[in-house]
Every structure is written in structure tokens, then in C-alpha cells.
Design a protein. Structure first.
Length: 455
């Protein structure tokens, strides 16, 4: 009983502390004095500290032993090499998969590839805001499918802010459009969001089975989201754009080709991973390492510093690593002491299970953020049907609409827009998000019911 109460108290306090840090102080800035006398300001995220302290307390009070924590984090780490199932999963594998895929995307972004796509989109739009709105939604949706929502948000948000100020148009419709498109179409592939990876892999879902089930729900959700978006901003989009000249980035074409070959090759092998008997985390790791080696060789031939690798490394969101691993330790304690099974029983309401899990996951995402929510729900849905697992995945993605706390993408988006003095605060973001998110969530779960009839 002591361990159960301790686990609950620590988990609740950790969630409260995490949300507080996200709202009040998600990062700290400090000055670095360089050799030439100049001063550079660096920012470091600190929202993960609450989960780190929570995990330490869990171990300190004996709610979970260090041995159990290590075993849970590294379970079946080398199963693929021991002729075991290739669908075994653990948090370390999830993190390798996420960071490897992120590095492939950030690499291309550092080369200016995504900015070039954005500029091409803007030129195609001309002076029509409505055309730009449609094109932005389509481009962000497509890029998110093949990269991830976080990368798209980091890449497009600053560019949208600059362009809208230059064109003297309201940036809010485009920021919301970008955010909604990225967090809707992040459901399409298993790699689109860390929550997809964690929940789907925990349940043993393969790359192809995931796509077969989630393609229709994502498309239906995307359609509904776009229609609501367009209706919300129809008046604002009727004003013309003032044309301004934007210089196209100078691309390092050989390295862009190398980056694209690695990204597309990685995606291809992920699709067939279940048939070739290689785990997804290992495929992505190999491609990330190979890209790094190719970049070093190219830099050596050109007698240049591998700046692109340094910048890619620095832009990778490493703060997710302690955050996810520490939250997993807390969830392991909840599972060991019977709390997750009690929550699972409470959510069992018969035929409405998929809808119940989707709604609950969306709400939970806005209490604790969608990554710790997925860690928690991986235990809750462990003995449920595949419908509830997919519903939880849907909730973790669409739930990001409701408040900025719902996903790290929301936190990053608001942080970037504040730097550009965009009039988009917490309440305004949440107001738009709820109006768009609620019908999108119901449409997506409805699409899930239809998809599972034929899968």
C-alpha cells in the first residue's frame, strides 16, 4: 500500500511540476563569452527536470527498484540478434528511432531544403491568401508524413512569421493551419510522432499494419480539420498579399541529394522491415550513422569543417531523452503497483471503448503532455484490442490542438511566435484548437471504425 500511495503522489506532483515548468519557465537563457570577446546567448530547456526528480524519488522511496527500472528500459534490446521477435520494444529503442529519424530531417533543413520548398509554395500562391492557405496546408501535411511534426513546426513557423509581416497579413491563420496540418498528418505513418512510435511499438504493430489502419482516419481527420480551418479564417483570407522578394537559399546540391537518398532509403526499408526481419530502430540508426560518415568524407574532400553535422546535433531535441526515460520509470512504478490496471478497468465501457480511449488520451495529453501520456497509456492499453491502441494514438495527436501543453510542438510553436511578437497567446491558441480539434477527433475516430472493418 505504501508503494502504491507513494507512486501516485510522486506521479501527480511530477505532472503538476512539469506543466508548471512548461507554462512558466520551459527554458533558461545564459550568456557564453567567446574568445573574440563577443557574447552569445544560449537557451536550454528545463521542463524535463521535474520528471528527472520524480524518477529519482520513485527509486529513492522503493516504489521501483533500480534493477526493475533498468530491465524495463532495456528489455529485449538485442532480440533481433538473438533470433527473437523483431517487434520487441523498449524506451531505448524508441529514442534511437526518434532521434535517428529527426537527425535525417534536421540535416536537410540545415541545408535549406525545406525553406526552398516553402519559398516555392509562396511563389505559387501569388497574391491570393486563399491559395497560399491551401498550398501551405498541403505542403505541411505531405512533409509531416515523411518527416515529423516537430521538424515541420520548427522549420516553417519562423518562415511564416517573417513572410506574413513582410506581406502585411495576419500570421495567426497560417500558424494555426501549419500546426493543425502537422499534428493531423503526423498520424499517417508510425514515425510521424514519438507517441505513435511508442504506443504502436508497445503493442507490436508493424509499419505496414499501422499504415493500413491509420491512412483513412488521417485523411478524414485532415479533411474535417481543413474545412473548419477555412471556415474560421475565411474573412481574414480574403485580403490580398503584398508581394515581397525573398532570396532563395543556396543549396549544397550534392549533400541535399545525399540527405534525400538517406531519408527515402530509410523510409523504404521501414516499410519492408517486418519482411526482412530487421527492427525499425536499427534501420534508422544505420542510416543516421551512414549519413554522418558520408558528410565527414565530403567535408574532408572539400577541406571544410563539418559544420552541418554540428548544427544538426545542436538542433536535435535531446531534452526529450531524459524526459521520456524518466517518465517511463514513473509509469513502471505505477504499473508495478497496480495503478495502470485500475485505470484500464475504469475506462472499460463496452462498445464505446475506442471513442473513450481517444477522448481520454486527448484530455490526458493536456494534463501531462502527450509523450508521458503515451508512456502511461502503453501500460493501460497493454491488454486491450487494437482499436483502443489506435484510438489512444489519435488522441495523442489531435489532443495537441486543445492547448499548447498537449505536445512539445505546441510549446515550441508558441515560443517561436512570441519571439516574433505574434498576437497568439495561450487562450487564443486553445480557443482555435478546441473548435478545430473536437470535430477532427470525432471524424478521425469514426474513420478508424471504418478502417478496422477492412483491416
Amino acid at each position: 500500500m505504501y508503494a502504491m500511495i507513494a507512486s501516485i503522489v510522486i506521479a501527480v506532483l511530477t505532472c503538476i511540476a512539469t506543466v508548471t515548468l512548461v507554462l512558466v519557465k520551459p527554458s533558461v537563457a545564459f550568456a557564453v563569452h567567446k574568445k573574440d570577446g563577443s557574447v552569445k546567448t544560449l537557451k536550454m530547456s528545463i521542463f524535463w527536470i521535474a520528471s528527472f526528480i520524480g524518477a529519482i524519488l520513485i527509486l529513492a522511496v522503493g516504489a521501483l527498484s533500480i534493477e526493475d527500472a533498468f530491465a524495463g528500459l532495456t528489455k529485449d534490446m538485442w532480440a533481433m540478434f538473438e533470433n527473437k521477435t523483431v517487434n520487441s520494444i523498449n524506451p531505448v529503442k524508441i529514442m534511437v528511432l526518434f532521434f535517428a529519424m529527426t537527425s535525417l530531417s534536421v540535416f536537410l533543413d540545415e541545408l535549406g531544403f525545406f525553406k526552398l520548398l516553402a519559398l516555392i509554395t509562396l511563389k505559387k500562391a501569388g497574391v491570393s491568401q486563399k491559395r497560399l492557405f491551401v498550398l501551405l496546408f498541403l505542403v505541411v501535411s505531405i512533409l509531416t508524413v515523411f518527416t515529423s511534426n516537430d521538424i515541420v513546426i520548427l522549420t516553417f513557423t519562423p518562415f511564416i512569421c517573417c513572410f506574413c509581416f513582410n506581406g502585411r497579413i495576419n500570421p495567426v491563420p497560417y500558424i494555426i493551419c501549419e500546426f493543425v496540418a502537422a499534428n493531423t498528418f503526423s498520424m499517417f505513418l508510425i514515425i510521424g510522432n514519438p507517441t505513435n512510435i511508442y504506443l504502436a511499438s508497445s503493442f507490436g504493430l508493424t509499419f505496414t499494419s499501422y499504415v493500413a489502419a491509420m491512412a483513412l482516419p488521417t485523411l478524414l481527420g485532415g479533411l474535417v480539420a481543413y474545412l473548419v480551418l477555412f471556415w474560421l479564417f475565411r474573412k481574414s483570407l480574403s485580403e490580398p498579399i503584398e508581394q515581397s522578394e525573398e532570396l532563395e537559399p543556396t543549396l549544397n546540391k550534392p549533400m541535399v541529394i545525399v540527405g534525400l537518398v538517406h531519408l527515402l532509403g530509410c523510409l523504404l526499408l521501414l516499410v519492408i522491415s517486418e519482411f526482412i526481419g530487421v527492427e525499425m530502430w536499427f534501420i534508422t540508426l544505420c542510416f543516421a550513422v551512414c549519413l554522418g560518415i558520408c558528410t565527414l568524407i565530403y567535408s574532408a574532400i572539400k577541406k571544410e569543417k563539418p559544420t552541418i553535422l554540428k548544427n544538426t546535433f545542436l538542433r536535435t531535441p535531446w531534452e526529450l531523452l531524459p524526459f521520456v526515460l524518466c517518465m517511463f520509470i514513473i509509469v513502471l512504478a505505477l504499473e508495478k503497483n497496480g495503478i495502470t490496471s485500475a485505470i484500464s478497468s475504469a475506462l472499460d465501457v463496452g462498445d464505446a471503448n475506442a471513442l473513450t480511449y481517444g477522448l481520454t488520451a486527448a484530455l490526458a495529453s493536456n494534463l501531462v503532455n502527450n509523450i508521458p501520456m503515451s508512456v502511461l497509456f502503453s501500460s493501460i492499453v497493454a491488454n486491450r484490442t487494437v482499436a483502443e491502441v489506435y484510438a489512444a494514438i489519435i488522441g495523442s495527436n489531435i489532443g495537441a490542438f486543445f492547448t499548447p501543453i498537449g505536445a512539445l510542438a505546441g510549446i515550441m510553436c508558441l515560443s517561436i511566435t512570441q519571439g516574433y511578437h505574434v498576437k497568439l497567446n495561450f487562450l487564443k491558441f486553445s480557443g482555435y484548437g478546441l473548435v478545430i480539434g473536437i470535430p477532427t477527433l470525432f471524424a478521425t475516430i469514426g474513420g478508424l471504425y471504418l478502417a478496422l472493418l477492412y483491416v
